[in-house]
Write a protein of this length. Structure first.
Length: 454
């Protein structure tokens, strides 16, 4: 397959299977995924993106879109097709007069945190700063700021989108509002977003960090946590986790490599009230009380070193309206079976601000859920693939009956149409019709795919 005509019309580089940097260029965050595209176009502007979309459509070439490359199932790549790689497009513009932030499609959240922090701002995102802005946003966006400031999509004001016909449009509440509705949770099904405009939030110095307890207290801590966090002020978020303590500072040596349960906190309110707010946490006498004041970007990048690109990842996820008494023993059992040091389970609280938006107001449908849960088996060694998968699936099988039925699409591998539809529920039919309007031939299908339906 020749891409000479495409290369001649791009400002950015075109990398093919013959290029010396091909293997480097096709590498993604999850090394368990090994796809071999025919070419990767490193787009430097929206015109490059349009050129690629037109070329793939006109020549019947499979197409994928890569922003930060963090996608759980490796859906930024496509075998024997063309990858639109947005990595060179990392410009950011802050508008102090209204605290809005314009972000190009190749940015990662660390880029946004760095630029916004200088203005005392932040955009609700995830918990790892190397995650791409595009993928996280289009799937919904769950993280440290969700309870107080909503999902990432709840802070999206508009997007510039290249459609399947090669045209460029703006999607917002007033321009192409149906497309704007679909982008807020519908993933990369509707086009290539070349830039996002977000509402920045006044978040600068926060009070946060981890508190850890021994695994023999899992049932006690989990029952306390589920009740405490739902009653806590919305400017306090804390996600529950199972983890193996990394053998490095700032963790004390006597805890290194111990399996533990814990909560990672982020409080964005009045710092003078933090000590009082955390009194119930201290009363539980954690083995590690690692909270304190820090810049928000420090918390949002705290896990970057633990999870560098190139490790093996296997994912499963669910939404939960409640953490039932019946599910807690299963959590405790599987938490004790963490298969590797980096494997983990997180429960992210999504009550508060996300609940004030109706399920039908955005493509994200689980507005009544209180937690987005994720189980990930992680390790650098490819020989551990089966062990990671077996633990992840076994854990998921044990707690899925206690879930709400669907999952956050950013936490899903390639799990089939039934799971995709379960994750959008009553919004799926509307999404399918919008898909038929903007991408009737399903050019953008390397994603958690929504099938076009008239």
């Amino acid at each position: 397959m020749s891409f000479d005509n495409l290369a001649a019309n791009l400002r950015g580089d075109l990398i093919t299977t013959e290029s010396p940097n091909y293997d480097e260029a096709r590498a993604i965050f999850n090394a368990m995924i090994d796809k071999r595209p025919a070419a990767l176009a490193r787009c430097v502007d929206a015109t490059d993106v349009q050129t690629c979309v037109n070329y793939a459509r006109d020549n019947g070439i499979p197409l994928s879109i890569r922003g930060g490359g963090h996608n759980a199932g490796g859906l930024g790549l496509v075998d024997d097709g063309l990858v639109i790689d947005l990595a060179p497009m990392r410009g950011i513009r802050i508008e102090p007069k209204d605290n809005t932030i314009r972000v190009q499609g190749g940015c990662r959240w660390g880029d946004v945190d760095h630029a916004a922090h200088a203005y005392g701002l932040a955009v609700p995102s995830g918990i790892i700063s190397t995650t791409g802005v595009g993928g996280l946003t289009l799937g919904g966006g769950v993280g440290h700021l969700s309870r107080g400031h909503g999902l990432t999509i709840d802070n999206l004001l508009e997007a510039d989108v290249v459609l399947a016909d090669g045209s460029m449009v703006v999607a917002s509440a007033t321009e192409n509002p149906d497309l704007f509705w679909a982008l807020r949770g519908g993933g990369g099904n509707f086009g290539v977003v070349t830039s996002f405009k977000f509402q920045g939030r006044a978040v600068s110095t926060i009070f946060g960090g981890p508190t850890l307890w021994s695994l023999d207290r899992t049932k006690e801590i989990m029952k306390w946590y589920r009740d405490f966090i739902l009653r806590a002020p919305e400017d306090l978020t804390g996600f529950f986790a199972f983890l193996t303590v990394p053998p490095a500072p700032p963790f004390p040596e006597h805890l290194h490599l111990h399996k533990m349960c814990g909560v990672v906190w982020c409080y964005t309110g009045d710092l003078g009230k933090a000590d009082e707010l955390f009194a119930p946490v201290r009363a539980l006498e954690p083995d590690l009380y690692g909270v304190g004041e820090m810049p928000f970007p420090a918390l949002n990048s705290a896990f970057d070193g633990l999870y560098p690109p190139g490790h093996q990842w296997y994912w499963r996820a669910d939404f939960f309206t409640e953490i039932t008494d019946e599910s807690i023993p299963a959590h405790a059992e599987w938490g004790e079976k963490l298969p590797t040091m980096q494997s983990t389970m997180h429960l992210y609280p999504i009550d508060g601000a996300p609940h004030r938006i109706r399920p039908e107001d955005t493509a994200w449908s689980y507005r009544e859920a209180n937690w987005a849960g994720v189980i990930v088996g992680v390790d650098p060694d490819p020989a551990n693939k089966a062990k990671l998968r077996d633990w992840t699936v076994g854990y998921w099988d044990a707690i899925h009956p206690h879930s709400s039925g669907g999952a956050y699409v950013n936490f899903m591998m390639e799990e089939g149409q039934e799971r995709v539809q379960a994750s959008y529920r009553g919004n799926y039919d509307r999404l399918a019709k919008i898909k038929a309007k903007y991408d009737p031939k399903n050019l953008f299908k390397v994603n958690q795919n929504i099938l076009p339906k008239e």
